[in-house]
Design a protein around this ligand. Structure first.
Ligand code: F3S
Length: 406
């Protein structure tokens, strides 16, 4: 790989052992993917920080890096972790202690403790065509598709390596030619809520794998709709970028989205949306003991919607309702009274953690209801939950009744 003098210095250890090790990771990646050189990156986002994915060996590795003086040199945000810093959920003590060790190590390296998969909701917004090194598949697909930034699906270690060096190898979605569409999906089905967008992403993700979908017919989606569509594509499939004609920046027209490539055309009707929903539902027992909203983490608007849906109602005593977001959005929601309204109705607005990466199964829940396609996809495997999937209204109804509607 062609390296600048400064990059050669980092590779040879002139900036210390942590930077040398970070260069080793980036150069190995570049070699695997045939990158000719490294490029400067503007920001990094490090995922895999929950004890569930990081593990104890990873914790010691991060502490060792921090002890040796590792410090990030570009804005580097942290993804969701396994505990909520504002309250005690009675998770096992060792879980909480070891989770805090991870967070402390990364914060000592200079990472921002955003603890969220939606850093773009709290001020970290990559610009169009900016090269970044973010991990967390839902954030990667959003920054590539909706913001038009350039990002590969990084892992936690490679994102941290970019944070420490300000570099990433030039390959994959950093190159314009790899960002063009492969399949056109003509959407005639009405998409009325996040669960519909999630079902669309789930259906298409399962079919398309890592190819690039282009959607035609999506009308005036809200930001949250695109966040959920992307999260579903990235979890049910391996999608890191999609285009929506007339909506996302690299698809002003169908022609621009495909850039002269040949493409397949498929239809999305109400039948495919129903199939997407069916695939995300794994529960049989209608009794619901856990309802979770916010995967990816909720926007302010989503929290307001939950507060409104709970007006004059109460979450059933035997059922737990968690609404996941980050500390920044929660602070604003608190100032506006939504957190208190949800609390008075028996729900909880959590910060920092999420169902998949935390440990709610330790509290004995069995059946989850959610409007999140990513949570519905992973919860059976990661938490052992059976899942009902539907809109926010259906989920809040389940929280109030303790059962999923027949
Ligand atoms: Fe975010 Fe956790 Fe879902 S990291 S995308 S809320 S699995």
């Amino acid at each position: 790989m062609d390296l600048t003098d400064s990059e050669k210095g980092m590779r040879d250890g002139e900036k210390g052992e942590p930077v040398r090790m970070a260069m080793e990771i980036l150069l190995a990646l570049g070699k695997i993917y045939g990158a000719e050189r490294l490029i400067p990156t503007q920001s990094a986002h490090v995922a895999g920080l929950s004890l569930k994915s990081h593990g104890l060996a990873g914790t010691e590795w991060a502490e060792d890096l921090a002890n040796r003086g590792a410090r990030v040199c570009i804005p580097t945000t942290m993804n969701v972790v396994g505990v909520d810093r504002s309250r005690d959920f009675n998770f096992p003590k060792a879980w909480v202690t070891d989770q805090f060790r991870i967070e402390t190590a990364y914060e000592r390296m200079g990472c921002f403790g955003t603890s969220s998969c939606v850093p773009y909701y709290c001020g970290f917004v990559p610009r169009y065509q900016e090269h970044i090194a973010w991990s967390e598949s839902s954030a990667v697909v959003f920054t590539n598709s909706v913001l038009g930034a350039r990002d590969n699906r990084e892992g936690g270690p490679s994102a941290l390596a970019s944070g420490l060096t300000g570099r990433t190898p030039l390959y994959g979605l950093h190159l314009n030619e790899n960002r063009k569409g492969d399949v056109l999906f003509k959407v005639s089905a009405p998409l009325t809520n996040l669960a519909d967008y999630g079902a669309l992403g789930s259906y298409v993700g399962r079919m398309i794998g890592t190819r690039v979908p282009v959607f035609e017919g999506i009308q005036r989606p809200a930001i949250e709709d695109l966040v959920y569509l992307g999260a579903a594509l990235a979890s049910s499939g391996g999608v890191a970028i999609f285009h929506a004609v007339g909506v996302t920046p690299e698809a002003p027209t169908v022609e621009a989205a495909f850039g002269g490539k040949k493409y397949e055309v498929l239809e999305i009707t109400a039948k495919e949306i129903a199939e997407g929903k069916e695939k995300l539902t794994s529960a049989k027992d209608r009794k619901v003991d856990y309802v979770a909203i916010g995967c990816p983490h909720c926007s302010l608007n989503q929290i307001k919607e939950v507060a409104n849906l709970l007006k004059g109602r109460r979450v059933r005593k035997e059922t737990t309702l968690w609404v996941h977001t980050n500390v920044a959005i929660k602070s604003l929601a608190k100032q506006l009274g939504y957190v208190q309204a949800i609390g008075e109705a028996g729900g909880v607005v959590t910060q920092d953690l999420c169902t998949i990466l935390s440990n709610p199964e330790a509290l004995g829940f069995k059946t989850l209801a959610t409007n999140s396609p990513k949570m519905a996809f992973y919860a059976p495997g990661s938490n052992g939950f059976s899942v009902w999937y539907g809109g926010a209204e259906e989920c809040i109804e389940a929280a109030v009744q303790g059962t999923w509607k027949a």
